[in-house]
Unconditional design. Sequence first.
Length: 463
Amino acid sequence: MDSLLCDELLQEIFHRLPPPSSAAISLVSKRWRRLLRSSTTSLALHFPPPYNPTTITSFSTFLSHHPFLSSLSVAGGDFSGDPILLAASSSCPNLRHLRLLSSPVSSFSLYTLSTSCTHLSSILINISRPLSFSWLPSFNSLKSLSLFLTNPLTESNDFETKDDVFDVGLSLESLSLRGIIGGDYGINYLWRNCKNIKKLQLKSCESLGDYSAFSSFTEFWNDLQELELRTCRGILDGVLLKLAENCVSLNSLLIYDGGSRESLLQFLNHSKCNVKRLDLRLPLDLDNTHLIALSENLKFRNLVSLRLQSCCLVTGEGLKAIGRAMGNSLEELALINCDVVERESGLLTTLGQDLKRLRKLDLSYNDLLLDKELVSMLVSCNFLEELKLRRCIRLSKVAVESMVRSCKKLKSVDVTYCCGIGVDGVEFIVLNSTLVKRVEVELSKVSEVVRTLAVSKFIEVVS
């Protein structure tokens, strides 16, 4: 039988098999192993500690058996990243996406990589201070760059390369930076030369660079569409105020763990952006004044997605104002670990009646959410397609029955760690839902009945 199948047909079969089958395929014969490797386009590898030079040395040989590799992800922690880059340079000419979580890499290895892997469009790496980005223009196809800045700033960093060559025409569209601190002179190079950024992520950043960086940063976002600020309390005031003044293209904003009540209020009151997606995790920095400002600013009337997490100071007043103002536009609502859901009876009922176009609802981690509150909301959610109730431990099969009865268009359900929803509740979902294609639940609640039905109805059960 093996001799009757040509290489192309075998490779097509390999592509259609689930990922866990790959290990078994390579054991069938040398031919199958060779064909599997030559048809593999994506690899994710992990080098467990301790550091083993022999393993890294043989890595280049291993990669050479995968000539069509386009995506490579390598993690470990205590090995040098330079040998990985050099191995990829010599063995992966078709590489387009590289994710390397290791010790910092050097400029030399990055130059080598840019020469050999000319199609690279996405890179995630660690780099160390002193910062220099002289290697960056060498990647002509690069669209997405993620950098983790490591080792502390010391007196020896005073000679940081400033890369004073500007206007080099970088074509980056997505930029993610983690760990910027005051005195990082090299960062100004990015603000000056990245003119086409559409998505910016800043994580654990205390600063935007040296004293001149902020002025360059304010000219940086002509086409910015998505902004994420995670644990960036030190720079949030300046960024939000300038954003409200200068940016009109932004359509998605995420702020986690580090806010400023006043600057956020100023942004919500005066923003000129037609923001479509707003995602906030600000336990002690978000209150009703912000939600009311959001509901009153006409620029937010086309808001499609509102996600709130752990917002302790928000009450029903603010959420009801959102429901009244955005009932004709809001398609996604997340109230994750927001005790207002449990604290104010009838709130969910009102939101369900106001938000007629709701497609996605996430009420996860609301431990005290009761069946009657959820049921009263779902009665009005006739267009709901995705429902997440993870760790809502008070819910029971009553909620499941209401979900199936009221939400006829439901396609995805997450009831993981819902203690009151047992095996019979999961069976009820799979048996009675006509459009559901994905159910997330603990493995212990997946019965043989569910397995059989899931296969026959093409439902993905995720444990």
